[in-house]
Design a binder for this molecule. Structure first.
Ligand code: BEZ
Length: 335
């Protein structure tokens, strides 16, 4: 009888563990220093994009720094849904890590719009350094009250402008053009102030829209211009680098804070290696990417910040008033 009771309890405990593992994002076993995890990480880009390559680097580092206790399953290309779906799943604990665009995050916490201050940074190395400032950390901290932790920012390509069949050199040339611009108010405001009509299409719809002439061009990151092969359907590329394009590495607050401190440290360190790797690899590829685009038949050119002086001033004036952290960000970085 005693033996039967013991067996029954064992079955109950095992069933409970299986249910918990099936419901949650990460599966973990053991406790303290021997705890092991299988995390789920999701993002929206294709596997050739730097966000995915950096995710693989993060997984590799995590596994090696934890002596194999921490593994990561990566779900790229919106396999687990849109960014809104992904953030909901992070809140529910069924996804552990998400690379979420700062553009989407600005719809949940307005201060993320600060990162879209036009022509704020000379290159992605400067933006990568800026992420360690007080104001950048305070912006991440605004996610706390939503049950999320913004662990860090991941930078890859900056924003460029691609045009289907018109060489645009000034805001006047942009007048009336229908341009795909991520549905993020600060990005769309910038284009509206330059005279364009922004269309808020999600990434997977952009190729067909420009191919069929529904839009005349797009705001895009340079990586995606290559990895999504937009060079097949546009002729002109202004490598403006007018805005940076951070992903916010987001994790469920109670999951993260429930881990032993030593494990949290391993995660932060692995992430630092992956974000450094993304920026150093990516900044060394700028010339190669420009060449790839021109080898594929595009005319590639620059538009200096001075051409958008009025739009920059309008942006700073409007956004400084919207949020104290955006004001602090602009005052810190506008040189
Ligand atoms: C975009 O929506 O433009 C985008 C999103 C993620 C990575 C690159 C581009």
């Amino acid at each position: 009888m005693k033996k039967m009771k013991r067996n029954l309890s064992l079955v109950l405990v095992i069933s409970l563990l299986l249910i918990v593992a099936a419901c949650g994002g990460s599966q973990s076993s053991g406790d303290g220093a021997d705890k092991s995890y299988t995390f789920k990480l999701a993002h929206i880009t294709p596997t050739s994009h730097m966000w995915h390559i950096a995710s693989e680097k993060f997984a590799e580092e995590l596994e090696s720094k934890s002596d194999g206790r921490m593994k990561v399953e990566i779900y790229p290309a919106s396999q687990l849904g849109t960014e809104a779906d992904m953030v909901q799943q992070i809140e529910a604990g069924s996804i552990d890590f998400g690379l979420i665009t700062a553009a989407y995050m600005s719809s949940r916490s307005p201060s993320f719009a600060a990162w879209f201050m036009p022509y704020a940074f000379k290159d992605i190395n400067a933006a990568h350094e800026a992420r360690t400032t007080d104001v950048a950390k305070k912006i991440l901290g605004t996610l706390d009250e939503q049950g999320l932790i913004g662990l860090d920012y991941l930078f890859a390509g900056q924003r460029v402008m691609l045009f289907k069949d018109k060489e645009v050199l000034t805001p006047e040339d942009m007048s009336g053009l229908k341009l795909r611009v991520t549905p993020s108010p600060p990005m769309q405001d910038f284009y509206r102030s330059a005279g364009a009509s922004p269309e808020g299409l999600p990434l997977p719809e952009v190729y067909a829209a420009v191919q069929t002439g529904v839009i005349d061009g797009m705001d895009m990151d340079l990586d995606a211009a290559i990895t999504n092969k937009y060079f097949e359907v546009v002729d002109y590329g202004a490598v403006t680098n007018h805005m940076v394009w951070p992903a916010v590495v987001t994790v469920n607050k109670s999951t993260f804070e429930g881990m032993p401190e030593a494990d949290q440290k391993i995660i932060r360190e692995a992430l630092a290696v992956a974000t450094d790797f993304a920026v150093s690899t990516r900044s060394a590829q700028e010339e190669e990417f420009r060449t790839t685009l021109s080898d594929n038949g595009m005319k590639i050119y620059d538009i200096p910040a001075s051409v958008f002086a009025d739009q920059i001033a309008a942006f700073d004036e409007k956004y400084k008033e919207l949020d104290p952290l955006i004001k602090e960000f602009i005052e810190t970085f506008r040189k």
